[in-house]
Design a protein around this ligand. Structure first.
Ligand code: ADP
Ligand code: MG
Length: 349
């Protein structure tokens, strides 16, 4: 479906491992004082002075987490950075460094890896993080990418999943469900394309949800915004597996219950219209879809006036006593238990 715009194929073996690493990484510039030594020694050296460091890793496997049939390598590089930065922001921290490790099968020419690194570079520049190292190896089958993201934070600003209190408000940024639907559209078009390769799909009406899937953004702006508003969330998590699974994580770790209001869940108009077309419930998509990379957090009721007018923030519910359980209050005003049907990489086997 994605055309090969770059038919040139240079074998990686021509460069050798060190030649490849150097070729891929010499265009990256260092942006942070905390990066004392980046690529080129046995290990990177970082100095956060009086701040604390947060560290998070994700591993992405071809055929499990991404499909190169519709995911251009540049987007994959970009997204592999974004999904990790999202975890850093979910701690209320500032992302500062990343490492990138790749395992390549011999079907990838140099040009393909260059494309991947173009996306990585684009994300590093936009989100202002330093590439400080990684590892490069071969794989028998498929592509693997592992990214580690590092961030810094004042110790008093760290937000865990475990701090929510009964009566706290539950808040989500942006809108949810779009990325999952974007994937459904891409999967459908891939099948159409396999039957008839001449068919050039017209995806204009799905541009927003496809972008949510192929080129997601992490909420770098939110820790900064919350600081400006003078709000410290009591608990926070990023929405990678679907709203309901993330709410359940906060509830379980904070030992509280929750009422989530169906009519408050923020949805983009394209998400709503595409749900109608696919004949699926937009609430199910929002609750179970995943990969939105929005932030979900709880705040004390006292902070309500500080956030209420903000267009990026939607109050979708409130926390309760643990004994009251975790519920969705539907538009028809019925109360149904929240279930975690988030995306789980072990479900697909
Ligand atoms: P070592 O043999 O000690 O593991 P490598 O030869 O693998 O060292 O790496 C040399 C340097 O290049 C190190 O600084 C390492 O972090 C960096 N590096 C290796 N692979 C990558 C990659 N894919 N992206 C970014 N940096 C890399
Ligand atoms: Mg190595």
């Amino acid at each position: 479906m994605i055309e090969d715009k770059n038919p040139q194929r240079t074998s990686i073996s021509e460069l050798g491992e060190f030649g490849l690493i150097n070729h891929l990484t010499n265009i990256f510039e260092i942006k942070h004082q905390s990066t004392v030594k980046a690529i080129g020694d046995d290990a990177a050296v970082l100095d956060f002075k009086s701040k604390q460091a947060v560290v998070t890793t994700d591993l992405l496997v071809e055929g499990v987490h991404f499909d190169l049939g519709y995911m251009p390598l540049k987007h994959l590089g970009y997204k592999s950075i974004i999904v990790n930065l999202s975890d850093v922001y979910a701690m209320n921290a500032k992302a500062t460094q990343v490492t990138v490790s790749i395992a390549l099968s011999n079907r990838f020419p140099l040009e393909a890896v260059e494309e991947l690194y173009e996306g990585i570079k684009f994300a590093c520049d936009l989100y202002k993080v330093d590439l400080i190292g990684g590892d490069t190896t071969s794989s028998n089958k498929g592509l693997l990418i592992s990214v580690t993201a590092i961030g810094e934070i004042n110790p008093e600003d760290v937000v865990y999943r475990s701090g929510a209190q009964p009566n706290d408000l539950l808040v989500v940024t942006g809108d949810v469900g779009g990325a999952y639907l974007g994937l459904q559209v891409l999967e459908r078009e891939k099948q159409v394309f396999q039957v008839n390769p001449q068919n050039q799909p017209d995806l204009d009406q799905y541009s927003y949800i496809i972008e949510r899937q192929l080129k997601p953004e992490a909420r770098k702006d939110i820790p900064k915004l919350l600081k400006e508003l003078g709000v410290k969330p009591t608990a926070m998590i990023d929405v990678s597996d679907g709203l309901s699974s993330e709410i359940i994580h906060i509830c379980k770790q904070s030992k509280v219950g929750c009422n989530l209001y169906e009519d408050k869940i923020p949805l983009d108009p394209q998400t709503i219209s595409t749900c109608e077309e696919f004949n699926i419930s937009s609430t199910t998509v929002a609750l179970s879809g995943g990969e939105d990379y929005e932030l979900l957090f709880t705040i004390s009721q006292e902070d309500y006036p500080k956030i209420k007018a903000n267009p990026s923030l939607t109050i979708i519910g409130h926390m309760t006593q643990e004994s009251e359980g975790m519920h969705l209050i539907t538009r028809a005003n019925t109360k149904i238990p929240l279930q975690a049907r988030g995306w789980n990489s072990f479900d697909k086997a």
